[in-house]
Write a protein that binds this ligand. Structure first.
Ligand SMILES: *[C@@H]1O[C@H](CO)[C@@H](O)[C@H](O)[C@H]1NC(C)=O
Length: 202
């Protein structure tokens, strides 16, 4: 009897389940569409689709998530290079490049951390706060790139160079994507603001 009831319950609710599944928006489509504007769209979707239920269709939350992911990647790269510095058998050139990279990654983490906080303040004085975010994320990119430059010497080929380069490049790509998403959010916001102004004209 209990089985019988369950069967009918499923039969009755199944069409309803189908229709709600169809009408609930798939937020990953929004993320995919926005990520198409970045330089590394596949990486962008891979990093951000886990947050689709939080982001929904908000460009601000998308930019916030992108910055947070970028910050956490930068933090793990910073930890990785700090550990490398304690490895035995490093050549002096490798050691120097690692030391510089530690400084550059610490600066990257700092710039991205400030950017995450600054973007959350972007309500009033929007242009000022978002302008700060754009220049700090730009600075983070420069620091990451400077770390890579330190390993650019072809004399330095080897496991250390490969390991650092792979991780920092990944981090740089995630940061570059975040910057594009911040730009897009800022641009859309300005268009929205100026059309409001136009609408308010007598
Ligand atoms: C980010 O900044 C806040 C406030 O300055 C600080 O408390 C926090 O430790 C920082 N986080 C990282 C990852 O640097």
């Amino acid at each position: 009897m209990a089985k019988f009831n369950t069967f009918f319950l499923v039969l009755l609710t199944f069409p309803y389940m189908l229709s709600t599944a169809k009408s609930s928006p798939d937020f990953t489509d929004f993320i995919k569409a926005e990520c198409r504007a970045t330089r590394f769209p596949a990486l962008c979707v891979q990093c951000l689709s886990t947050y689709s239920s939080t982001i929904q269709q908000s460009q601000k939350r998308l930019a916030e998530a992108a910055l947070s992911v970028s910050l956490s990647r930068a933090q793990s790269v910073a930890i990785f290079v700090s550990k490398l510095a304690r490895m035995r058998g490093l050549r002096p050139t490798e050691y120097r490049a690692i030391k510089d990279c530690i400084d550059n990654m610490a600066n990257t983490v700092d710039q991205l951390n400030q950017s995450v906080q600054e973007l959350s303040r972007a309500g009033q004085d929007f242009d000022w706060h978002v302008g700060n975010v754009e220049s700090w994320v730009g600075a983070a990119l420069t620091f990451e790139h400077t770390c890579l430059d330190g390993f650019g010497n072809p004399m330095m080929d080897g496991n250390v160079k490969v390991a650092v380069t792979r991780r920092v490049t990944d981090c740089e790509q995630v940061t570059s994507n975040a910057l594009v998403l911040v730009h897009r959010f800022a641009a859309r916001h300005k268009v929205g603001a100026s059309s409001e102004e136009t609408a308010n004209l007598p």
